[in-house]
Design a protein around this ligand. Structure first.
Ligand code: NAP
Length: 561
């Protein structure tokens, strides 16, 4: 019978899939329901027994699942609260649960170094004789003292050594991957960095020597900070295919969690069968980013706020428009290892317009004088358009107009002027901001091009549509600037239709989630006691558990974006 024989077979790394999906549930039935839905496509699972109120009582049901699914490899984890889990019992009770797991058919158990060190040697040996052991260490604050920690771990025999730290900067991922490379020849290693900045190690760790990595069941069900869902790791990052020759690209900025670039660019790589992966590179400073670029190495980057200007200094060379604009959104690493810069925001603005009209002599108003506006003004001037600029701070617009030989316009004069195109290059209308940069009477134009792309339809776009004007959504700029980046990096034509499709699908999903969030807030407001609570926090705290859980889930989703 499965699991009954204590003569375990040591788990062979080549038999394990790369992804272990961590499953929780407050009751065994919840956890097993999730496991049932996952096991066919993901036969490698971790059951977090420490999430149960009574882990020991769960074994009859767990055993039944394991007997029904001989194809599954399942890890039992009952991490103690002092070590970052939820189990409040003693080390002896933890050991009893792990022994029960072994007797019930689990092939692997995870035990923290701290517990293992406290156990009597013969108790630990007994556990190892019954089941495969993952000896784990978690650092919830930083990535530090890896060698020292591992020296302590190696004093105990284990089937897998799992070292999980927290990335407080991008380079921590490199530190983790170097550590894995050093030790994976001699030991079965599992390693990754937690936190939003740890995504590099979660995706690339497997090629640095981590036998497997962890995924969450779905967004919102993470068992560790920064954990990525199984569908994202499989479908977006194609983790099963990541290998030594996979080229690494990414979007670098601060923040980047909201960026749709990974969805779009990974879809493009997949479509064109390019052996590459594209990651979110949340860099708190440029120095950290550049160190990673060299050591990973990264083949190309999309640069976003706030590094578009600062990165220019770090480049060996850049194209003429990048120099004029003074901002770079695309970096490529040449064969010589040097970094070269381009500005594809220009193509992002010019291409959608050229698909609709010849730009020569067209009267185009750019609202804003920041980075996107500069790309628009210089790019359109290079196409011989007659370009006008207005901005909240007049001096910046005047200076831009002077540099690009465009015309500065005062906001007050707009109702008297007419244009072929008006471009919004301000953040007004973005996300929760429901403002428009211009009033209806100022929209004397045939086309309105709103560079804002979240939400998919802004107040300005609605106003323009109501007035019967043609509207170009910011999504088109986003896709076109990305398409040009793809072409620069790969030398292949970009799969524009596929890129537009995945981005608009992701935007639709965000809109649905935002609507759901709004409804939930309204639901909370409706359920509010007659006397208003003093703070929103108190209102949430006063709501039934179901509503609070939903709000927390939505908030988590927003934070991830
Ligand atoms: P930026 O460099 O920060 O410039 C922002 C511009 O907007 C400045 O001219 C600023 O005026 C103006 N502005 C900011 N807040 C304003 C307000 N409350 N009222 C009036 N004007 C305001 O930003 P950026 O990089 O140019 O990006 C601008 C927007 O373009 C972004 O928010 C984004 O939505 C969009 N964008 C879209 C894409 C795409 O792919 N679709 C790509 C890049 C950017 P002051 O000079 O007075 O501060």
């Amino acid at each position: 019978m499965r699991g009954a024989a204590p003569t375990y077979s040591r788990i062979q790394r080549f038999r394990l899939p790369r992804l272990c999906v961590a499953i929780t549930g407050s009751e065994p039935a919840d956890l097993l329901q999730r496991a049932e839905s996952l096991v066919r496509d993901n036969p490698f699972l971790e059951f977090r027994l420490d999430y149960f109120s009574q882990p020991a009582a769960a074994f009859p049901k767990l055993r039944h699942f394991l007997e029904l699914h001989p194809e599954a490899t399942v890890v039992a984890t009952c991490r103690r609260a002092v070590n970052g889990g939820k189990f409040k019992g003693s080390i002896q009770s933890q050991l009893d649960i792990l022994l029960k797991a072994a007797a019930s058919g689990f092939q692997l158990v995870d035990i923290e170094l701290q517990s293992a060190q406290e156990l009597k040697t013969d108790h630990y040996t007994d556990l190892r004789n019954r089941v495969g052991v993952i000896l784990s260490f978690h650092d919830f604050k930083a990535t530090r003292k890896l060698e020292e920690t591992f020296a302590g771990m190696r004093e105990l025999p284990a089937d897998f050594y799992k070292v999980v730290t927290t990335a407080t900067n991008l380079y921590d991922n490199v530190t983790m991957m170097k550590f894995l490379q050093t030790h994976s020849g001699g030991h079965e290693m599992v390693g990754l960095c937690m936190g939003e900045q740890g995504i590099i190690s979660r995706v690339l760790g497997v090629r640095a020597g981590s036998v497997f990595t962890f995924a969450s069941v779905a967004p919102g069900e993470e068992t560790a900070p920064g954990q990525v869902s199984v569908s994202e790791l499989r479908d977006t990052y194609r983790i099963e295919m990541v290998e030594a020759s996979t080229q690494v690209y990414g979007v670098a900025g601060d923040p980047v969690a909201h960026s749709l670039s990974p969805v779009m660019m990974n879809a493009a790589f997949r479509r064109e069968t390019v052996n590459a992966v594209y990651l979110g590179l949340h860099a708190k400073n440029l120095k950290d980013l550049l160190a990673c670029v060299n050591d990973i190495p990264i083949r190309g980057m999309s640069i976003t706020m706030p590094y578009k200007e600062e990165v220019v200094e770090a480049l060996s060379n850049s194209d003429a428009l990048t120099k004029q604009i003074g901002a770079c959104n695309t970096v490529v690493r040449g064969q010589d290892g040097k970094l070269y810069g381009f500005n594809t925001d220009v193509a992002g603005i010019v291409t959608p317009l050229e698909q609709r009209m010849a730009l020569d002599s067209k009267r185009i108003l750019v609202v804003g004088a920041g980075g996107a506006a500069r790309a628009a003004v210089f790019g359109l001037k290079a196409r011989n358009a007659e370009v006008f600029v207005t901005n909240r701070t007049p001096e910046t617009a005047q200076s831009l107009a002077r540099q690009a030989k465009a015309k500065y316009v005062k906001r007050n004069d707009l109702p008297k002027l007419s244009f072929d195109v008006i471009i919004n290059a301000t953040p007004l209308g973005m996300n929760g901001n429901r403002q428009s940069p211009l009033d209806e009477k100022e929209l004397n134009t045939s086309y309105v091009f709103d560079l804002v792309y979240t939400p998919a339809e802004t107040k300005l776009m609605k106003m323009a549509k109501a007035k019967g004007l043609h509207v170009i959504p910011g999504l088109e700029m986003f896709v076109q600037q990305g398409a040009r980046q793809f072409e620069i990096w790969t030398g292949k034509p970009a799969p524009v239709a596929e890129m537009a499709y995945v981005v608009s699908k992701a935007l639709d999903l965000r809109t649905t989630e935002n609507v759901a969030e709004r409804h939930e807030s309204e639901e909370i407001a409706e359920e509010k006691p007659e006397k208003p609570a003093k703070s929103a926090r108190k209102v949430v705290a006063a709501r039934p558990k179901r509503v609070v859980a939903k709000v927390a889930k939505s908030a988590k989703k927003s934070a991830r974006r």
